[in-house]
Design a protein around this ligand. Structure first.
Ligand code: UT7
Length: 328
């Protein structure tokens, strides 16, 4: 596949200050630090305060990405924001973010692709920039999952955290060249991960609230299996169609849902686990925000070196999946 001139010029992330540890969760539900670490690899996660919103967290991550890219907010001509926990159902959180940044013209919209949202955004952003119609795009994911988690349900509440990760993509970025993106979906298994109520199919009523249908539910075991097989096949697809093998990868940045899933994906690709970037232990599953946060964290810590081949891969609600190859 032909290498484009479009690259990730800057990244940024934000996680709330408040840390919720496994020990804290032991006091809330029937669980244990040992179970959570053994089954998920998660030790702690960040939870935003009542004054923090998806757009406020997005603003902090975005300003860092813009600064790193040397792009002013007014020079953005496209804002694509992944989220399924927007500030309000209307307007798009991306428009609230745009106003916060002081940009008054860029088309701004939310994208709903759960854990795959960053890779969906990257694919859209890259293709729109490739058309020549856009110059500087902000691609980000911000999630306040703590508001859709049922804190009485041990099956799910131990897994999730809040956070935002952003990337600015431009022509001639000089780094982070986007070599290829691949995205896909299969809506036939949508029920494996869903928030049943709060949309037009089941609007909020007292009954809905009593039945706790406003919260996220997931069939963990089935999702686990599909996550591994989908991420392995998506990774192989982008590697093969670009003439690479797993041996060529410097870093694998998988969606951070569960350490066991990430290890199984590495095994499926015959990739040493040392090449997998892992921060699920500190942040938990922040849905689509995990990949841009990992990328920004790696850039900030100077882990990514020029020329590194980076494979990002995700799987999540929808069902959705994606894989993207970057030459740093
Ligand atoms: O981000 C989008 C994609 N999401 C994912 O990829 C997540 C995929 N799924 C997973 O990560 C895992 O399936 C979980 C971490 C959610 C669950 O791990 P598991 O190894 O699949 O456990 P399980 O659901 O099969 O449950 C095993 C046992 C059950 O007890 P019994 O039936 O064996 O007696 C659960 O009730 O563990 C129990 N359990 C817990 N025990 C202590 C479930 N949650 C907990 C808990 N603490 N928090």
């Amino acid at each position: 596949m032909k290498e484009t001139d479009i690259g990730i010029a800057g990244t940024g992330f934000y996680v709330p200050e408040k840390v919720l540890t496994n020990a804290d969760l032991e006091k809330m539900v029937d669980t244990s630090d040992e179970w959570i670490i053994k089954r998920t690899g998660i030790r702690e996660r960040r939870i935003s305060g009542p004054e923090e919103t998806v757009s406020s967290m997005a603003e902090i991550a975005s300003r860092k990405a813009l600064e790193a890219a040397g792009v002013s907010p007014q020079d953005l001509d496209l804002i694509i924001m992944g989220t399924f926990t927007p500030d309000n159902p209307l307007p798009a959180a991306a428009c609230l973010l745009q106003a916060r940044l002081g940009n008054d013209h860029a088309p701004s919209f939310d994208l709903s692709a759960a854990c795959s949202a960053f890779l969906y955004g990257l694919e859209l952003g890259q293709k729109l920039l490739s058309s020549g119609a856009y110059q500087n795009a902000l691609i980000l994911v911000s999630e306040k999952l703590s508001t859709v988690v049922n804190w009485e349900d041990r099956d799910t509440c131990v897994l999730f955290g809040d956070g935002a990760g952003a990337a600015v993509i431009t022509h001639d970025a000089g780094r982070g060249h986007i070599l290829d993106c691949y995205i896909g979906a299969d809506g036939r298994k949508a029920q494996l991960m869903e928030i049943p109520a709060g949309g037009s199919a089941l609007p909020m009523t007292h009954e809905v609230l009593d039945q706790k249908l406003q919260y996220l539910r997931m069939e963990g075991r089935e999702t686990f299996k599909l996550a591994v097989s989908s991420m392995v096949s998506a990774s192989k697809l982008v590697l093969e169609r670009n003439g690479y093998t797993a041996d060529d990868i410097t870093w694998l940045i998988p969606h951070q849902a569960n350490l066991r899933i990430m290890k199984a994906v590495a095994k499926g690709l015959k990739l040493p686990v040392e090449k997998v970037y892992i921060n699920v232990d500190r942040f938990g599953n922040m849905s689509g925000a995990t990949i841009p946060i990992a990328l920004a964290e790696m850039a900030q810590k100077n882990i990514l070196k020029k020329g590194d081949l980076v494979l990002m891969v995700a799987f999540g609600g929808g069902l959705t999946w994606g894989a993207s190859l970057i030459r740093w």
